[in-house]
Ligand binder design. Structure first.
Ligand SMILES: [Zn+2]
Length: 227
């Protein structure tokens, strides 16, 4: 039966997914399994986009739904950290009682929505806070700092991306990044070398001088506790 309820196309790009926009969509035939293209969407004016996913681990997901909250990953989302109602005290409430590392708390989409591996690194660097710090152990001054860093980092990231053609987004994101993916480079704040902690399928970056009192973080402890 005919319906006026709009459909929503919802996608999760996972870790290695990208959207590539075309003013004029290529006419090439896509052979499933032989290309990183997971989905091609075309519009009546000839424009369109591909969703691509690099690597052998395929996690990109696409949904077509009447309501976005029909997607399980959206239904379970925590609050929007850029919402007007996301105050310093809301953040304090989310951290209270969590005896887990702040890096994992920031990345947990059911606690706070929209912060991934890159921006959790950036927020913690801006807050001068170790990714190992226990969420429940932060004092009032640290929560103040974390809140200010979270809001300013995400606000800047949105401003960097707004109004840019999709093809420029990857470079725009990279320009605004201080530590994430910059292992071995000099910290722009203090000049120390940016370090990594490696996991099975990703890594985090941090600045020892800015964030851990100069101490280098061990890999295995974090990989066990963060899983
Ligand atoms: Zn530094």
């Amino acid at each position: 039966p005919a319906t006026t309820t709009p459909l929503h196309l919802v996608f999760h790009l996972a870790k290695a997914g990208w959207l590539r926009w075309y003013e004029q969509l290529p006419a090439t035939v896509i052979r499933p399994g032989k290309t990183p293209i997971a989905l091609r969407v075309g519009f009546d004016d000839g424009s369109g986009f591909d969703l691509t996913e690099a690597g052998t681990k395929k996690s990109l997901a696409v949904y077509v739904v009447r309501r976005p909250d029909e997607v399980p990953g959206i239904a379970r989302l925590g609050p929007d950290p850029l919402g007007d109602d996301f105050t310093r005290d809301v953040l304090a409430g989310l951290l209270a009682g969590r005896r887990t590392q702040i890096k994992g708390v920031l990345r947990d989409q059911s606690i706070v929505a929209g912060i991934g591996n890159a921006y959790s690194d950036e927020i913690l660097h801006a807050a001068k806070m170790s990714p190992y710090a226990l969420a429940a152990g932060l004092d009032d001054a640290e929560i103040d700092r974390l809140y200010a860093a979270l809001r300013s980092t995400l606000t800047d990231a949105v401003a960097q991306a707004s109004g840019r053609p999709p093809a420029d987004l990857k470079d725009a994101k990279r320009r605004g990044i201080a530590v994430h993916g910059r292992r071995g480079e000099a910290c722009a704040v203090c000049g120390d070398e940016v370090r990594s902690v490696f996991f099975a399928d990703n890594s985090l970056e941090y600045c020892p001088t800015c964030q851990t009192g100069g101490k280098l973080l061990a890999d295995r402890r974090l990989s066990r506790l963060l899983k």
